[in-house]
Design a protein around this ligand. Structure first.
Ligand code: 5GP
Length: 139
């Protein structure tokens, strides 16, 4: 399947669609998931046209993982989560719904299940508040 430049993350990258942006550098971009599976659910994408982990150049893959490591620590601290799950889905059969490669940062609490994938929109006020808190906590 060819990369679709009109997927929602490509539009967010081009500034054609809005996002609760929390971080950007030369190779990566990160923003809050609007249908979070847990409070603080964050997505990290590389600035390259790649659908899955199999299509992304090694340097962009490394940058995506580096940004994920840095932001996961910040998000974990901001939402006061004892654990954090890092996930990455490739192909519809694996549950991928947006075909621009990305990492999920999903804070976790013992005994608390995370919500269903890409199902329920979080209130805008909640996302905005969290965005401000994460931005304030970034080094
Ligand atoms: P995937 O299923 O491809 O691994 O993950 C896609 C993620 O993108 C899901 O967690 C879903 O909630 C999220 N998502 C879908 N559309 C949008 C959107 O327009 N904005 C944001 N911020 N997240 C989205």
């Amino acid at each position: 399947m060819a990369y679709d430049p009109n997927n929602i993350f490509a539009k967010i990258l081009r500034g054609e669609a809005p996002s609760y942006k929390i971080y950007e550098d030369a190779k990566t971009f990160a923003f809050l998931d609007i249908m979070p599976q847990a409070r603080g659910h964050t997505l990290v994408i590389p600035k390259t046209e790649a659908e899955t982990i199999f299509d992304v150049e090694p340097d962009m893959l490394a940058a995506m993982i580096e940004t994920t490591q840095e932001l996961a620590a910040v998000v974990k601290r901001v939402v006061e989560a004892p654990g954090v799950m890092i996930a990455q889905l490739n192909g519809a059969a694996a549950g991928q719904t947006v075909f621009h490669v990305h990492m999920h940062i999903i804070p976790r609490w013992e005994g608390a299940d995370f919500k269903l994938h890409a199902r329920e929109m979080a209130p805008a006020a909640e996302l905005k508040d969290l965005q401000a808190k994460i931005l304030a906590a970034l080094p």
